[in-house]
Design a protein. Structure first.
Length: 362
Protein backbone atom coordinates (compact mmCIF):
# COMPACT_ATOMS: atom_id res chain seq x y z
CA UNK A 1 0.00 0.00 0.00
CA UNK A 2 2.66 2.52 1.02
CA UNK A 3 4.78 1.71 -2.03
CA UNK A 4 1.77 2.29 -4.28
CA UNK A 5 1.19 5.68 -2.69
CA UNK A 6 4.83 6.73 -3.01
CA UNK A 7 5.28 5.50 -6.58
CA UNK A 8 2.02 7.05 -7.74
CA UNK A 9 2.92 10.35 -6.16
CA UNK A 10 6.40 10.54 -7.64
CA UNK A 11 5.35 9.28 -11.08
CA UNK A 12 2.58 11.80 -11.62
CA UNK A 13 4.33 14.86 -10.21
CA UNK A 14 8.06 14.27 -10.07
CA UNK A 15 7.64 15.65 -6.57
CA UNK A 16 10.97 15.30 -4.79
CA UNK A 17 11.37 18.61 -2.97
CA UNK A 18 12.85 18.70 0.53
CA UNK A 19 12.00 22.38 0.99
CA UNK A 20 9.56 22.57 3.90
CA UNK A 21 8.22 25.98 2.97
CA UNK A 22 7.49 24.79 -0.57
CA UNK A 23 5.69 21.68 0.70
CA UNK A 24 3.71 23.78 3.17
CA UNK A 25 2.62 26.20 0.47
CA UNK A 26 1.57 23.39 -1.86
CA UNK A 27 -0.76 22.02 0.80
CA UNK A 28 -2.22 25.46 1.49
CA UNK A 29 -2.58 26.36 -2.20
CA UNK A 30 -4.00 23.06 -3.44
CA UNK A 31 -5.99 21.65 -0.50
CA UNK A 32 -6.57 23.63 2.68
CA UNK A 33 -6.32 27.33 1.85
CA UNK A 34 -4.16 29.85 3.69
CA UNK A 35 -6.14 31.71 6.37
CA UNK A 36 -3.25 32.75 8.61
CA UNK A 37 -2.92 36.35 9.78
CA UNK A 38 0.76 36.74 10.70
CA UNK A 39 0.42 40.48 11.38
CA UNK A 40 -2.27 40.02 14.06
CA UNK A 41 -1.01 39.62 17.64
CA UNK A 42 -3.43 37.92 20.05
CA UNK A 43 -4.08 39.17 23.58
CA UNK A 44 -5.47 37.18 26.49
CA UNK A 45 -7.81 37.56 29.43
CA UNK A 46 -8.03 34.79 32.05
CA UNK A 47 -10.95 34.08 34.38
CA UNK A 48 -11.07 31.59 37.27
CA UNK A 49 -14.23 29.46 37.11
CA UNK A 50 -14.10 27.04 40.02
CA UNK A 51 -12.87 23.71 41.37
CA UNK A 52 -14.41 20.27 40.80
CA UNK A 53 -13.86 16.89 42.43
CA UNK A 54 -14.44 14.20 39.82
CA UNK A 55 -16.18 10.91 40.52
CA UNK A 56 -13.00 8.80 40.52
CA UNK A 57 -11.05 11.17 42.73
CA UNK A 58 -9.36 13.64 40.40
CA UNK A 59 -9.55 17.25 41.51
CA UNK A 60 -9.18 20.10 39.05
CA UNK A 61 -9.28 23.85 38.74
CA UNK A 62 -11.22 25.32 35.80
CA UNK A 63 -10.18 28.49 33.97
CA UNK A 64 -11.53 30.27 30.90
CA UNK A 65 -9.15 32.24 28.71
CA UNK A 66 -10.52 34.69 26.16
CA UNK A 67 -8.18 35.01 23.19
CA UNK A 68 -8.71 38.28 21.35
CA UNK A 69 -7.53 37.74 17.78
CA UNK A 70 -8.63 40.13 15.05
CA UNK A 71 -12.43 40.08 15.11
CA UNK A 72 -12.51 36.81 17.06
CA UNK A 73 -12.97 36.30 20.79
CA UNK A 74 -11.99 32.67 21.29
CA UNK A 75 -13.04 30.97 24.53
CA UNK A 76 -10.46 28.40 25.65
CA UNK A 77 -11.40 26.18 28.59
CA UNK A 78 -8.53 24.93 30.77
CA UNK A 79 -8.96 22.10 33.27
CA UNK A 80 -5.90 21.83 35.53
CA UNK A 81 -5.27 18.92 37.88
CA UNK A 82 -4.64 19.93 41.47
CA UNK A 83 -1.54 17.96 42.41
CA UNK A 84 1.26 18.11 44.97
CA UNK A 85 3.93 18.55 42.30
CA UNK A 86 5.10 22.03 41.40
CA UNK A 87 6.56 20.81 38.10
CA UNK A 88 5.18 22.10 34.83
CA UNK A 89 2.63 19.75 33.30
CA UNK A 90 2.02 18.43 29.77
CA UNK A 91 -1.18 19.47 28.01
CA UNK A 92 -3.81 17.90 25.76
CA UNK A 93 -5.46 20.40 23.38
CA UNK A 94 -8.50 19.51 21.28
CA UNK A 95 -11.60 20.91 19.59
CA UNK A 96 -15.06 20.05 20.83
CA UNK A 97 -18.18 20.12 18.65
CA UNK A 98 -20.97 21.04 21.07
CA UNK A 99 -19.53 23.69 23.40
CA UNK A 100 -17.08 23.81 26.31
CA UNK A 101 -19.93 23.20 28.75
CA UNK A 102 -20.62 19.77 27.22
CA UNK A 103 -17.13 18.39 27.93
CA UNK A 104 -17.83 18.03 31.68
CA UNK A 105 -20.94 18.49 33.81
CA UNK A 106 -19.54 21.54 35.65
CA UNK A 107 -22.26 24.17 35.75
CA UNK A 108 -19.82 27.02 36.36
CA UNK A 109 -18.46 26.61 32.80
CA UNK A 110 -20.19 29.24 30.61
CA UNK A 111 -22.54 27.79 28.01
CA UNK A 112 -21.35 28.28 24.45
CA UNK A 113 -23.16 30.99 22.51
CA UNK A 114 -21.56 29.98 19.21
CA UNK A 115 -23.54 28.40 16.39
CA UNK A 116 -24.69 24.80 16.81
CA UNK A 117 -26.60 22.49 14.44
CA UNK A 118 -30.39 22.51 14.83
CA UNK A 119 -30.37 18.88 15.91
CA UNK A 120 -27.95 19.71 18.73
CA UNK A 121 -30.07 22.59 19.98
CA UNK A 122 -33.16 20.39 19.86
CA UNK A 123 -31.41 17.49 21.61
CA UNK A 124 -31.44 18.54 25.25
CA UNK A 125 -29.32 15.54 26.20
CA UNK A 126 -26.45 16.58 23.91
CA UNK A 127 -26.71 20.29 24.64
CA UNK A 128 -26.74 20.00 28.43
CA UNK A 129 -23.77 20.27 30.78
CA UNK A 130 -21.68 17.16 30.22
CA UNK A 131 -23.78 16.16 27.21
CA UNK A 132 -20.67 15.13 25.27
CA UNK A 133 -18.39 14.10 28.13
CA UNK A 134 -18.28 10.47 26.97
CA UNK A 135 -16.20 11.67 24.00
CA UNK A 136 -13.51 13.09 26.26
CA UNK A 137 -11.95 11.06 29.04
CA UNK A 138 -11.10 14.19 31.00
CA UNK A 139 -10.59 12.46 34.33
CA UNK A 140 -8.07 9.98 32.92
CA UNK A 141 -6.07 12.85 31.45
CA UNK A 142 -6.13 14.67 34.79
CA UNK A 143 -5.12 11.57 36.77
CA UNK A 144 -2.18 11.10 34.41
CA UNK A 145 -1.04 14.65 35.14
CA UNK A 146 -2.24 16.44 32.00
CA UNK A 147 -3.77 19.86 31.74
CA UNK A 148 -6.83 19.68 29.48
CA UNK A 149 -7.43 22.52 27.00
CA UNK A 150 -10.47 22.61 24.72
CA UNK A 151 -12.34 25.05 22.53
CA UNK A 152 -15.70 24.89 20.76
CA UNK A 153 -15.03 24.56 17.03
CA UNK A 154 -17.89 26.94 16.12
CA UNK A 155 -16.20 29.64 18.18
CA UNK A 156 -13.50 29.53 15.49
CA UNK A 157 -15.46 28.73 12.31
CA UNK A 158 -18.99 27.47 11.69
CA UNK A 159 -19.26 23.97 10.23
CA UNK A 160 -22.15 24.78 7.90
CA UNK A 161 -21.91 25.06 4.12
CA UNK A 162 -24.73 27.62 3.92
CA UNK A 163 -23.44 29.90 6.68
CA UNK A 164 -19.74 29.54 5.95
CA UNK A 165 -19.35 30.92 2.45
CA UNK A 166 -15.64 31.66 2.93
CA UNK A 167 -14.79 27.96 3.12
CA UNK A 168 -11.48 26.54 4.38
CA UNK A 169 -13.04 25.45 7.69
CA UNK A 170 -10.35 22.83 8.36
CA UNK A 171 -7.64 25.47 7.94
CA UNK A 172 -9.56 27.91 10.14
CA UNK A 173 -9.91 25.34 12.89
CA UNK A 174 -6.19 24.56 12.60
CA UNK A 175 -5.37 28.25 12.87
CA UNK A 176 -7.66 28.50 15.91
CA UNK A 177 -5.75 25.67 17.58
CA UNK A 178 -2.52 27.58 16.98
CA UNK A 179 -4.04 30.67 18.60
CA UNK A 180 -4.78 28.49 21.62
CA UNK A 181 -1.13 27.42 21.60
CA UNK A 182 -0.22 31.14 21.62
CA UNK A 183 -1.75 31.26 25.08
CA UNK A 184 -0.64 27.84 26.31
CA UNK A 185 3.05 28.68 25.86
CA UNK A 186 2.58 31.68 28.17
CA UNK A 187 0.95 29.64 30.96
CA UNK A 188 3.54 29.05 33.68
CA UNK A 189 1.93 25.74 34.69
CA UNK A 190 2.31 24.18 31.23
CA UNK A 191 5.47 22.56 29.88
CA UNK A 192 5.91 24.30 26.52
CA UNK A 193 7.71 21.24 25.14
CA UNK A 194 4.84 18.88 25.93
CA UNK A 195 1.75 20.21 24.15
CA UNK A 196 -0.19 17.43 22.42
CA UNK A 197 -3.01 18.06 19.96
CA UNK A 198 -5.64 15.44 19.28
CA UNK A 199 -8.86 15.23 17.31
CA UNK A 200 -11.52 12.82 16.11
CA UNK A 201 -12.79 12.64 12.51
CA UNK A 202 -13.03 16.13 10.94
CA UNK A 203 -11.35 17.58 14.03
CA UNK A 204 -8.45 15.19 13.47
CA UNK A 205 -7.96 16.77 10.04
CA UNK A 206 -7.63 20.16 11.73
CA UNK A 207 -5.31 18.76 14.42
CA UNK A 208 -3.09 17.26 11.71
CA UNK A 209 -2.85 20.51 9.76
CA UNK A 210 -2.24 22.51 12.94
CA UNK A 211 0.66 20.23 13.84
CA UNK A 212 2.12 20.52 10.35
CA UNK A 213 2.01 24.33 10.48
CA UNK A 214 2.93 24.91 14.13
CA UNK A 215 6.23 23.52 15.40
CA UNK A 216 5.27 24.33 19.01
CA UNK A 217 2.91 21.35 18.97
CA UNK A 218 5.04 18.49 20.25
CA UNK A 219 2.83 15.49 19.51
CA UNK A 220 -0.15 14.62 17.30
CA UNK A 221 -2.87 12.03 17.83
CA UNK A 222 -5.18 11.80 14.80
CA UNK A 223 -8.17 9.52 15.38
CA UNK A 224 -10.05 8.33 12.27
CA UNK A 225 -8.93 11.45 10.38
CA UNK A 226 -9.95 10.19 6.92
CA UNK A 227 -9.61 12.07 3.63
CA UNK A 228 -7.94 15.44 4.08
CA UNK A 229 -6.32 14.06 7.23
CA UNK A 230 -3.92 11.12 7.23
CA UNK A 231 -5.82 9.08 4.64
CA UNK A 232 -4.40 9.58 1.14
CA UNK A 233 -6.16 11.38 -1.70
CA UNK A 234 -5.35 8.32 -3.82
CA UNK A 235 -7.99 5.69 -3.08
CA UNK A 236 -7.18 2.02 -3.57
CA UNK A 237 -9.73 0.35 -1.30
CA UNK A 238 -13.39 0.43 -2.35
CA UNK A 239 -15.65 2.14 0.13
CA UNK A 240 -13.16 4.74 1.33
CA UNK A 241 -14.30 8.36 1.03
CA UNK A 242 -12.98 9.99 -2.14
CA UNK A 243 -11.91 13.58 -2.72
CA UNK A 244 -15.03 14.09 -4.83
CA UNK A 245 -17.33 12.73 -2.13
CA UNK A 246 -15.87 14.88 0.63
CA UNK A 247 -15.96 18.01 -1.53
CA UNK A 248 -19.58 17.40 -2.54
CA UNK A 249 -20.82 16.83 1.00
CA UNK A 250 -18.60 19.38 2.73
CA UNK A 251 -17.75 22.06 0.13
CA UNK A 252 -16.79 24.48 2.92
CA UNK A 253 -14.02 22.36 4.45
CA UNK A 254 -11.24 22.92 1.91
CA UNK A 255 -10.34 25.55 -0.66
CA UNK A 256 -11.89 25.83 -4.11
CA UNK A 257 -8.81 24.49 -5.84
CA UNK A 258 -9.16 21.15 -4.05
CA UNK A 259 -12.40 20.60 -5.96
CA UNK A 260 -10.41 20.50 -9.20
CA UNK A 261 -8.98 17.18 -7.94
CA UNK A 262 -12.34 15.44 -7.69
CA UNK A 263 -11.37 13.17 -10.57
CA UNK A 264 -9.31 10.16 -9.51
CA UNK A 265 -7.07 10.79 -12.53
CA UNK A 266 -6.23 14.29 -11.32
CA UNK A 267 -4.68 14.40 -7.85
CA UNK A 268 -2.91 17.17 -5.91
CA UNK A 269 0.86 17.65 -6.31
CA UNK A 270 1.32 16.51 -2.71
CA UNK A 271 0.03 13.39 -0.99
CA UNK A 272 -0.96 13.36 2.68
CA UNK A 273 2.22 11.58 3.80
CA UNK A 274 4.10 14.69 2.65
CA UNK A 275 2.63 16.48 5.68
CA UNK A 276 5.23 14.56 7.65
CA UNK A 277 7.95 16.61 5.96
CA UNK A 278 6.56 19.41 8.13
CA UNK A 279 5.80 17.30 11.23
CA UNK A 280 8.99 15.21 11.44
CA UNK A 281 10.63 14.31 13.81
CA UNK A 282 7.71 14.83 16.21
CA UNK A 283 5.75 11.71 17.26
CA UNK A 284 2.39 10.91 15.65
CA UNK A 285 -0.21 8.31 16.58
CA UNK A 286 -2.79 7.51 13.90
CA UNK A 287 -5.76 5.41 15.02
CA UNK A 288 -8.53 3.68 13.08
CA UNK A 289 -11.42 1.24 13.52
CA UNK A 290 -11.58 -1.91 11.44
CA UNK A 291 -15.16 -1.42 10.22
CA UNK A 292 -14.79 2.30 9.55
CA UNK A 293 -13.98 1.78 5.87
CA UNK A 294 -15.15 5.31 5.00
CA UNK A 295 -12.21 6.88 6.86
CA UNK A 296 -9.82 4.51 5.06
CA UNK A 297 -7.85 2.54 7.70
CA UNK A 298 -5.78 0.80 5.01
CA UNK A 299 -4.84 4.10 3.38
CA UNK A 300 -4.04 5.67 6.75
CA UNK A 301 -1.64 2.86 7.60
CA UNK A 302 -0.10 3.27 4.15
CA UNK A 303 0.41 6.97 4.87
CA UNK A 304 2.22 6.17 8.12
CA UNK A 305 4.53 3.71 6.37
CA UNK A 306 5.16 6.08 3.47
CA UNK A 307 6.01 8.87 5.93
CA UNK A 308 9.04 6.95 7.21
CA UNK A 309 11.24 8.61 4.58
CA UNK A 310 10.86 11.89 6.46
CA UNK A 311 11.92 10.30 9.76
CA UNK A 312 14.81 8.10 8.66
CA UNK A 313 17.39 10.83 9.26
CA UNK A 314 16.58 10.83 12.99
CA UNK A 315 15.25 7.28 13.57
CA UNK A 316 16.57 3.91 12.43
CA UNK A 317 13.13 2.30 12.16
CA UNK A 318 10.50 5.01 12.64
CA UNK A 319 7.45 2.80 11.98
CA UNK A 320 8.34 -0.81 12.88
CA UNK A 321 4.82 -2.22 12.37
CA UNK A 322 4.89 -4.40 9.26
CA UNK A 323 1.12 -4.87 9.13
CA UNK A 324 -1.78 -2.72 10.26
CA UNK A 325 -2.94 -5.48 12.64
CA UNK A 326 0.39 -5.54 14.47
CA UNK A 327 0.49 -4.34 18.05
CA UNK A 328 1.43 -0.65 18.09
CA UNK A 329 4.97 0.17 19.17
CA UNK A 330 4.21 3.20 21.32
CA UNK A 331 7.85 4.24 21.60
CA UNK A 332 8.18 4.71 17.83
CA UNK A 333 7.60 8.20 16.39
CA UNK A 334 5.19 6.86 13.76
CA UNK A 335 2.64 4.65 15.47
CA UNK A 336 -0.58 3.11 14.15
CA UNK A 337 -3.37 1.56 16.23
CA UNK A 338 -6.29 -0.40 14.78
CA UNK A 339 -9.16 -1.51 16.99
CA UNK A 340 -12.34 -3.43 16.27
CA UNK A 341 -15.53 -1.46 15.76
CA UNK A 342 -16.74 1.46 13.69
CA UNK A 343 -16.54 5.26 13.57
CA UNK A 344 -16.51 6.68 17.08
CA UNK A 345 -14.31 7.45 20.07
CA UNK A 346 -14.13 5.21 23.13
CA UNK A 347 -12.39 4.96 26.50
CA UNK A 348 -10.17 2.34 24.86
CA UNK A 349 -9.07 4.97 22.34
CA UNK A 350 -8.32 7.53 25.07
CA UNK A 351 -6.32 4.94 27.00
CA UNK A 352 -4.14 4.44 23.93
CA UNK A 353 -3.84 8.21 23.38
CA UNK A 354 -2.66 8.72 26.94
CA UNK A 355 -0.26 5.75 26.82
CA UNK A 356 1.31 7.15 23.66
CA UNK A 357 1.71 10.63 25.14
CA UNK A 358 3.08 9.19 28.39
CA UNK A 359 5.66 7.19 26.45
CA UNK A 360 7.00 10.29 24.70
CA UNK A 361 6.48 12.91 27.40
CA UNK A 362 7.40 11.12 30.63
Amino acid sequence: MQNTIIKNNEARTGFQTENKLEIQQLFLDHIYGDVRQPDVTPTFEKKELGVKLFRKGAKARFEEVTIFYGEKNLKLLLIKPIMETQAKLPCFLFLNSRGNHTVTNCKFVPKSTAWAPKETIADKKQNKYGGHQTRFDVESMLKNGYIVATIHESNIAVDNKDLNTDGCVIARWADGLSRCVDYLVTDTQIDNNKIAVTGFSRRAKAATLATALDERIALLIAHQSGTGGLAPSLKIRAGAETVEQINEKFPHWFNERFKSYNSSENLPPVEQFDLFALISPRPVLATSARDDIWSDPVGTFGTMKAATKYYEASHVNPCPQAHMDDMPVLSSPLCYFLRDGDHGITHCDWAKFIDFANTHFK
